[in-house]
Each structure stands twice: as C-alpha cells, then as structure tokens.
Design a protein around this ligand. Structure first.
Ligand code: NAP
Length: 454
C-alpha cells in the first residue's frame, strides 16, 4: 500500500512518500540502539523537562496539528484540537508521575534487603492506527520514553504527515536524536523490523488481524507485546436512567470521530420498558447531526478516513439488512466527493449478520431490545471483543451487577467510555492484552527486576 496523505473529504492526494529502503531502516534501528545506551542513563528530571516541553509544543501549536489530522484522516477539527490537548495532558501526566510509578518497591523477605527495580527494555516498536493519529502515539510514547525506552513508530500508511509531525515534536522538545523515530514503511516491513535483535518489544493498536500477526511474530521471537485491538462496546440502558441525558450521550458515544473509535458505543442494549422512547429519540438525534466539511467547527460528522473503510462499512450494513436487520435511518454513502456516510441506525439485528458479530467502524448504531438485566448482560457479553462497556442505571443493585459481570477492560456507569491518562486502558478477549496509561501502562515496557541482598 502506498504511503500517502489523501484528504478524505475531497479525495485529493496531498502528499506521497517513498517507503524507507532496507538501508534506511537499518540506519534508524542502529540509531535507536545506540541512543538507548545513552538515553537510559538520563535522570527522571531530565526526561521530565523534555516531556514538559513536548506538552508545551502540543498546546502552543494545537491548531496546526489539528489541521494536519483533519485533512489527513477526516476527524472534525474541534475534536482534533481536543486530541492535541489530550496529548499534552498525557505528556504532563507522565512527566510528573513516572518517577513515582517506577520507584523501587521494597519487599520484606528473609534477605537483608530485597526490592523490585524497574528498568527500561530498549527500542520499542509501535505499530499504530490512523483513527486517533496523535493520541494513540502519545499514549504509548509518553510512558515509554519516561521509563527510559526509545520509540520506533510505524504509523498507519494513510497518516504519514501526522507521523512526521510527532517525530518533530519530540525532536524539538530536546529528546536526543534517535529517542523517537518515525519509520515510513508499510505493514509488509513490520515482520523484519520486529525480528531484528535491536528491537526489544512491540505494541500494536489496530485491528484484530494485525494484532494476531504482530503477536505471532513477536511470540516466535519471545518479545513482549501489548495489543490494543478492536471493540464492539455495549451501551446498556435500564428504565431508571435519565433518558434525555442517556440518548444525548449515546449519540455522541457512537459518532465521536465519525464513529471510528475502538471504544465507541456500538451496540445499544435497551430495556423493553423504555425501548420505544429511546429508539424514537435516538433516531431523531442521529438525523439532526451535521455531516460535512471536517474543517468547519459546526460539523458533527466528517468523512470516513479512507474509501476502503467506507466500502467495507456499506457492505456490512447492506449484508446485515439483507439478512433481516431493519434500517431505521441512513444506510448509504452521501452524494458527491469524499467518504461521507449518513448516520445510520439498525434494529432487529439477526445473529448471523455482520452487524451482530463484527466491529462496525463508522456512524452506524445497532439497537437491541432486552427483557431484563440478565438478558442485557448476556447480550453485552455475547461478543468476541471485550474493550469497554457503559451501563446507564440509577439502581444500585443493577449497577453492581454490571460492574461485576460485564466482560470488558473497563465499565463506565452513567457515562460514556473514555480514556484518561490516570486510569489503565485496554481490553480482554479479542480486544487485546496489556494496559496503557496510568501506573499499569508505564510498567508494561520495563524489566521488573528483583534484587536480593544478603
Ligand atoms: P489496522 O488496519 O490493523 O492498522 C493498524 C496498524 O497496523 C497500521 O499501522 C497498519 O499498517 C498496521 N498493520 C496492518 N496489518 C498489519 C500486519 N499484518 N502486520 C503488521 N502491521 C500491520 O487498523 P486501522 O484500520 O488502522 O485501525 C482501526 C482498528 O484499530 C479498529 O479495529 C479499532 O478498533 C482499532 N483500535 C483499537 C484501539 C484500542 O485502544 N484498543 C484504539 C484505536 C483503534 P498499514 O496502515 O501500513 O496497513
């Protein structure tokens, strides 16, 4: 696949890039390896100062970075500005907390002294997706670099300008050359890079097939991986929920980033007592969304990131409708240029349709009616994914049942699922393993070294 920036709102090719040659890749890997030996000796105070500077650059130039994101992958501009701000937040968070998260842990044993020490692993390969083209990278890079590792970014092939801008931010922040490098390569180059002995570990955020492939290669090389994969998050609504707030949040949770979020609410599981009212209000709010130019601040939904994503989404919807799903609104590409897909709602989704079992990556909501909480939990868990889950209820017993029984990496009650630098983030089942963010995230790419002194 060529490495190219194509504006998804117009179809215009903005810039194309040659893939790195083997010699260029080798040079970058050698630089990463050489830099690591020096960079690992830097103190938390030094790293923290550079990470704070990266945060400042992100904040000062957030509008420029947002424009790159929006023109390259279609995220509406207001969200893209927010994304740059959130990247600054995660840089600050780890600049302030890394030392404490990685402080030695004393353990009482029969030794004179025994403790656990955390040390960096080396160059970490980050294979990243286009959907939050800055955030996914910073949430890996901020903890990894603060822990003393160096980063190698293989970004998605449709966001090369974002990839280069991020490399430039770390460089301008003062990190030594080689601490964070972008590799302009396609996915076919990943295997050889991962097998290279200079690469210590890998993280992948992306689809399930990509995760299986990278984890398989890393497994054969006995290299640590973290996988952040897809999701089909349930959003459960019980009768005691505040319906107006719930519907409002439900629409936002489904359509954020044009519906292309791993933790977007995808399956709306609604108690039969309030189903009719929820469905009517939900359709009304979906229809009221503004679809259009992502550079316009009033736009709710921009184009899907690539033409292929639009085709795949349309195919999933059409196949599901052919299998018996009821199309309540939308269901087609909008006329004209760009990858615009109308906000869509499907109900009565049959078990053998793609909408029931596959991840739906776009502004397409799936509605399910359930009799009671047991059926709600059973349906919510009837998926191979397990990333996030949201449940809306004001009943304490129901709340506890959701917290205890939903199979997901996180459960949000009366709120939409969102990531926060202070809290661990990640999935179970086919949504992946390992955690990013918080104290757990920074401990993924470290040697947890046991020290025993007699
Ligand atoms: P993708 O097609 O899997 O691509 C992700 C990255 O993996 C890209 O850099 C891609 O490179 C690379 N890649 C693809 N196939 C590969 C392979 N066989 N071997 C090595 N690398 C490979 O995913 P996407 O379409 O960019 O992103 C959407 C997916 O990411 C969705 O499933 C979404 O749910 C998931 N996601 C998960 C999280 C999370 O935190 N759990 C967050 C965001 C997104 P090329 O671009 O060069 O093909």
């Amino acid at each position: 696949m060529p490495i190219a920036s194509i504006n998804p709102a117009t179809g215009e090719t903005l810039q194309t890039f040659e893939s790195f040659t083997k010699a260029q890749i080798d040079e970058k890997l050698q630089r990463a390896s050489d830099t690591f030996r020096v960079y690992r000796e830097t103190s938390f105070v030094e790293r923290s100062a550079m990470m704070m500077r990266a945060a400042e650059i992100l904040e000062q130039e957030k509008h420029d970075f947002a424009r790159i994101m929006t023109t390259e992958m279609g995220r509406p501009i207001t969200g893209a500005v927010g994304e740059a701000e959130k990247c600054a937040w995660v840089c600050r968070y780890y600049a302030e907390t890394a030392q404490q998260h990685l402080a030695d842990v004393q353990v009482e044993t029969d030794a004179a002294k025994s403790y656990v020490k955390f040390q960096p692993l080396g160059p970490v390969l980050a294979v990243m997706p286009w959907n939050f083209p800055f955030w996914q990278v910073f949430r890996f890079a901020a903890p990894a670099l603060m822990a003393g590792n160096v980063g190698l970014l293989k970004h998605a092939s449709n966001v090369p300008q974002c990839a280069l801008a991020i490399e430039d931010i770390f460089s301008r922040a003062g990190f030594p050359e080689g601490t964070f490098q972008t590799l302009l390569v396609g996915s076919d180059a990943v295997e050889a890079i991962l097998k290279d002995s200079r690469v210590a570990a890998a993280t992948l955020t992306g689809s399930e097939p990509a995760g299986r492939s990278v984890a398989g290669i890393a497994g054969s090389e006995i290299k640590k991986t973290v996988l952040e994969l897809g999701g089909s998050d349930p959003f459960i609504v019980m009768p005691s929920a505040n319906l107006e707030l719930t519907v409002n949040t439900a629409v936002k949770a489904r359509t954020i980033n044009n519906g292309q979020s791993c933790i977007a609410a995808k399956r709306f599981i609604v108690s039969q007592e309030i189903y009719a009212e929820f469905e009517a209000r939900f359709i009304e709010e979906m229809k009221a969304l503004t679809v259009g130019d992502p550079l316009d601040e009033s736009t709710d939904i921009g184009p899907l990131a690539t033409e292929q994503i639009l085709k795949d989404l349309d195919e999933q919807v059409k196949t599901s409708v052919a299998a018996g799903a009821i199309l309540l609104t939308g269901g087609k590409k909008l006329e004209g240029d760009g990858n615009f897909y109308g906000p869509t709602v499907l109900a009565n989704i049959p078990k053998d349709s793609p909408a029931y079992s596959e991840e739906i990556f776009g502004p397409v909501a799936l509605l399910f009616r359930v009799d009671d909480i047991d059926e709600a939990i059973q349906l919510a868990n009837a998926t191979d994914f397990g990333l996030g889950a949201a449940a809306w209820t004001n009943d304490e017993s129901e709340r506890n049942q959701f917290i205890d029984n939903l199979e997901a990496g996180c459960v949000f009650i009366n709120a939409m699922v969102a990531s926060d630098p202070r809290l661990p983030f990640g999935g179970i089942k086919n949504s992946g393993y390992g955690r990013e963010l918080g104290e757990f995230g920074i401990r993924e790419f470290v040697n947890i070294k046991t020290i025993w002194v007699k």
